[in-house]
Every structure is written in structure tokens, then in C-alpha cells.
Design a binder for this molecule. Structure first.
Ligand code: GLN
Length: 550
């Protein structure tokens, strides 16, 4: 079968869930027996989001092959349960980088290099690579931003050309818009949608399907109005009301009949009947009332929850498997340093320190980890959360405050976390970390091995620093267990404390491999420990009350 392409553009405003729409539709098509892949085209000039602040961009999602990508790829992988690769996230930066390098090599034989055709050809080449490298039969391509942005023009032009390149029957354009609600008159407005469709038409793309997102129910006459003004069939207007549960969206789409409509338009026949039994059970479980546990997520970018998207999702997935509701308390580590926010940590049934970079708030995280260790509160550390667990434990073992990661103090007396020799000479910041999947051997009899129920796993990484092997013996003697080690024995991948109900941390990022129907074993083990311990532990604040002397 010839590869089919579905292109997603956005209109009116951004952040209305274009990524989730593409992901959910991917699932709807996969349920009909097709192999799908999703690609995100990001119009910004950065080569990848790896060097961007999470405040700007939210989480950086890491793929198996080590690509640092947009967080929408996380949605795609979780909804469709697939593993994507490097070609599935393209940025303007990558496209220009490639074209300019070719020009410098003389590959264009003296030609003048222009946006059309050189940049658009490179974009199309990259779209073509998705089917080649993933074997997908249906490729969904989402373009970031909204129609009308200057940056996205070359991408839209490439998408326009794709229709004549691959044929009308092999391509479909889906435009995702927003219907604003006017409180004063209690009505939804379609005018911005009409305008954005007109704008899209002016660059030569006529949408085949319109996804009209809104916060309130969309009446049938509005659907008809959109169909009429935007010149699409009524069946092709999908009113998508903001869902209570994210993972409900594929089911809502199914109810709207979108899967069958799209197959019809692409001249395909479903290979099997979609089976939503497991998915429906999942949603029922989400909606069932469950005892709630509080997890303090101690981080640096907590104001922006998107910065910890996969961690939050992994907690939710594991919560479904353990029969609890997770209530996340977002704790700013720099605030803890000032003595604020400790009530959230003290009330929590479990503490989690996720990944991070830079020195701000480090001591606050270390204090929260100390609290977890001393009060036997279940703790899960991810990447930086492992490095700081090691620093905190070593400070206690060596009875010294002069213990650190060399990321934060180059001349520390006890550099328990340090660069590996092969990282020392690297000056470039972009794409030079230890990235992507690496194997990890689990040590029998440890909490990690019991959780995974296997002896070898592969997990995704994104870090520069490692546990310093010079301290392994001393830390081991004091009760730290290295429950996951790289097969060559050089790198500690998982550390845990022997004398604690659950104090475990990973150098890798398990959150990237968690799926709604396949929760990550370590997150499940963490929440099981949390559930068992809830309300059992004695909490003593580590910030001592000021002593008044008379
Ligand atoms: N900053 C640490 C490192 O580079 C941890 C990175 C992370 O948490 N992803 O090793």
C-alpha cells in the first residue's frame, strides 16, 4: 500500500491540544489494524529543544535513539503505544542546517539556494523519511504553531506541495481550531475558525476535516455552520469538547465516527474492528473513586506543570495500576531553602525529585531528600533526583557538608557525582549528553529487581554526570545498594537504600517509557510503597523551630 499522509494544522490559537488530537487519531487508526507513526514539525530555529529552558518549551522528551524532542512526541508514544525515532521531530533549525551544509560542500553546483524549492524539498524529504524508517503505512504530520505565523510558512508550503506529490487520495488535511465562548451572550463563536480556514486557503490548503475544540458543548447547528462556511462535509466537522480525562479522547473520536470517515477518504478499509475494551476499562478506572495519596514533586520548574509532563503521566499510569488517586503537590525547591513550602513536604505520602539542570534550588531538593530518608517516607529520584540522593546520603555518611556533584561545586572535597572522562572534553551544549536507551543489569535481591521482575532492562537517558565509582565501596558499606549497573560494570544506573521502606532512584528517566496500559514498574513499586506507608510514618520537620532563649 502507498503511504498515506494526514497533516494537522492549527488555527485561531495555539495550545488547544493539536498534539493530543493527532495522538488520539493515531490510536483510532492503529485500532483498525494500520501501522502508524507521527511526526512533529516545529517552526522554531533551535536545532532541537534540548537547549531550551523548560519554561519556554515544557519538557524535553527523549526517544530511544537519543533524540531530544518536543513533548508532543510523548503524547504520540503514550496514546499509540509506539516508539518513534529521530526523524519524527523536525525543526526549522535542522532543515536550514542541512541545506546550508550542503551548500558549503558545493552539492548545489553553483545554484542559488531559496526557500522554494530548497528548503521545502528538504522538509518534504524529512517527511518521507518517517515511512522509510518506521515502516508506517499512515504517517500523521503535525505542524507546530498556528496558521499565520511567519515561521511556519515554508512548512505549510511543503505540505501544500505534498498533495500533488503523493496524490489527493493519499493525503488529508485536518485543521484544529478553537471556538471561543462569549460569557456575556453565552454563545460559542465560529468566526475565528472561518478566518483561519480562509487564511489556510490563501496559502493553497483546503482542509478536509475541521476539529473544532471548545470548553463547552457544541450544538448541531454550529457544526452545520462550520461545515457550510468552511466548505467541508458535516461529517468532517468534529466538535471536540475539552475532555475530563485526557485518555478519553480516542473514545470520543470513535463516537464521532472519525476513524471510518478518514479511512473512507483515504480509500482504505479497516483491517480489523477496533477493540476498545482495555481502553474503556482504563477510563472507568480513572473515573472510579479511589483513596488518594499525596506526592510532593520537588522541582525547579513547578510553576509550569508541562515541564514534568511525562513524570506526571507516569504517576497517573502507575496510580491506575495500584488503585489510588495521585494528588501531586508541586513544591518549589528554592522555596524550601527559604523555609517555605515544608508543610507540603511534611504532609506528603511520597516524595519525588525529578530531573533537572543548574544549581538553583539544589539544596532545597537535598533537604527534601534528607527528610524522606530520615522519616522513612517513600522516595523516587529521577536522574538529578538520583544524583542528589547520593549527595545527601554521602553527606550523612562522611559527616560533611562538603559533598557535592561537580556540576554544582567543582572543588568539592567529596565529588560523589562527577563527569565521566569522555564527557570532560566536550564544549558544545547541544546533543552532547548521554542520550537515549542504554542497557542496565539488575542486581538480584534488590527492590529494583523485584519491581522489574527481570534481570536486564533498557531505559532512556539524558544526563552528563555519573556516580563517581571511587565512592561506591564506602557508600555500599553504609547501606546504599547499586541495584542497576551498566553491563560493563562502569556506570551505576539505579541506587537504593537498604535500610528504608522505599528509597530508590535512577540515573535514567523511566517516565519516558510509561504507557497508560503499561505503567512503569518502578513507578508502580513506588506507589505501592506509598500506599502501604500512607499515614504510617512519623513526620518530623527537619527545619527546627527557632529556639527562644531567655
Ligand atoms: N544535571 C544532571 C546531569 O547532567 C542531571 C540531568 C537530568 O536530570 N536529566 O547529569
Amino acid at each position: 500500500m502507498k503511504t498515506k499522509y494526514i497533516f494537522f494544522t492549527g488555527g485561531v490559537v495555539s495550545s488547544v491540544g493539536k498534539g493530543v488530537t493527532a495522538a488520539a487519531l493515531g490510536r483510532v487508526l492503529k485500532e483498525r489494524g494500520f501501522k502508524v507513526a507521527v511526526q512533529k514539525l516545529d517552526p522554531y530555529i533551535n536545532v532541537d529543544p534540548g537547549t531550551m529552558s523548560p519554561y519556554q518549551h515544557g519538557e524535553v522528551f527523549v526517544l530511544d535513539d537519543g533524540a531530544e524532542t518536543d513533548l508532543d512526541l510523548g503524547h504520540y508514544e503514550r496514546f499509540i503505544d509506539i516508539s518513534l525515532n529521530r526523524v519524527c521531530n523536525v525543526t526549522t533549525g535542522q532543515v536550514y542546517h542541512e541545506v546550508i551544509s550542503k551548500e558549503r560542500r558545493g552539492d548545489y553546483l553553483g545554484g542559488t539556494i531559496q526557500v522554494i524549492p530548497h528548503i521545502t524539498n528538504e522538509i518534504k524529504r524529512r517527511i518521507g523519511l518517517v515511512a522509510k524508517t518506521t515502516g508506517a503505512e499512515i504517517v500523521l504530520v503535525e505542524i507546530g504553531g498556528t496558521v499565520g505565523d511567519i515561521e511556519s510558512l515554508p512548512f505549510l508550503e511543503a505540505l501544500r506541495q505534498m498533495r500533488s506529490d503523493v496524490g489527493r487520495e493519499n493525503s488529508l488535511y485536518i485543521h484544529v481550531t478553537w471556538l471561543p465562548y462569549i460569557g456575556a451572550t453565552a454563545e460559542l463563536k465560529t468566526k475565528p475558525t472561518q478566518h483561519s480556514v480562509r487564511e489556510l486557503r490563501s496559502i493553497g490548503i483546503s482542509p478536509d476535516v475541521i476539529v473544532a475544540r471548545s470548553d463547552v458543548a457544541v450544538t448541531d447547528d454550529l457544526v452545520e455552520k462550520i461545515a457550510l462556511f468552511c466548505d467541508v462535509e458535516k461529517r468532517a466537522v468534529l466538535p471536540m469538547v475539552t475532555a475530563q480525562v485526557l485518555y478519553e479522547i480516542p473514545l470520543l473520536m470513535e463516537q464521532l465516527g472519525v476513524g471510518d470517515y478518514i479511512l473512507e477518504r483515504l480509500g482504505l478499509e479497516a483491517r480489523c474492528k477496533p477493540d476498545w475494551t482495555e481502553w474503556t476499562r482504563l477510563i472507568e478506572e480513572v473515573k472510579r473513586e479511589k483513596p488518594s495519596v499525596k506526592i510532593a514533586l520537588v522541582g525547579k520548574y513547578v510553576e509550569l506543570h508541562d515541564a514534568y509532563m511525562s513524570v506526571r503521566e507516569a504517576l497517573k499510569h502507575a496510580a491506575l495500576a495500584t488503585g489510588v488517586e495521585v494528588d501531586i503537590a508541586w513544591v518549589h525547591s528554592a522555596e524550601l531553602e527559604k523555609g517555605r513550602g515544608w508543610d507540603l513536604v511534611e504532609e506528603a505520602d511520597g516524595i519525588l525529585v525529578p530531573g533537572g539542570f543548574g544549581s538553583r534550588g539544589i539544596e532545597g531538593k537535598i533537604q527534601a531528600i534528607q527528610f524522606a530518608r530520615e522519616n522513612k517516607v517513600p522516595y523516587l529520584g529521577l536522574c538529578l533526583g538520583m544524583q542528589l540522593m547520593v549527595v545527601e546520603f554521602a553527606r550523612h555518611v562522611f559527616q560533611s557538608d562538603d559533598v557535592n556533584s561537580t556540576e554544582f561545586d567543582r572543588s568539592t572535597k567529596y565529588p560523589v557525582i562527577d563527569l565521566m572522562p569522555d564527557q570532560r572534553a566536550i564544549a558544545d551544549m547541544g546533543g552532547t549528553m548521554r542520550l537515549g536507551v542504554y542497557p542496565c543489569e539488575l542486581q538480584p535481591g534488590t527492590v529494583a529487581a523485584r519491581a522489574y521482575q527481570t534481570d536486564l532492562v533498557e531505559e532512556r537517558h539524558r544526563h552528563r554526570f555519573e556516580l563517581n565509582n571511587a565512592y561506591r565501596d564506602e557508600l555500599y558499606k553504609a547501606g546504599m545498594r547499586f541495584s542497576g549497573i551498566s553491563p560493563d560494570g562502569r556506570l551505576v544506573e539505579i541506587a537504593e537504600l537498604a535500610d528504608h521502606p522505599f528509597m530508590l532512584a535512577t540515573q535514567f528517566h523511566p517516565e519516558f517509557l510509561s504507557r497508560p496500559n503499561r505503567p512503569h514498574p518502578l513507578f508502580v513499586a513506588f506507589l505501592k510503597a506509598v500506599r502501604e506507608q500512607a499515614d504510617v510514618h512519623i513526620k518530623q520537620p527537619i527545619i527546627e523551630a527557632v529556639k527562644v532563649t531567655v
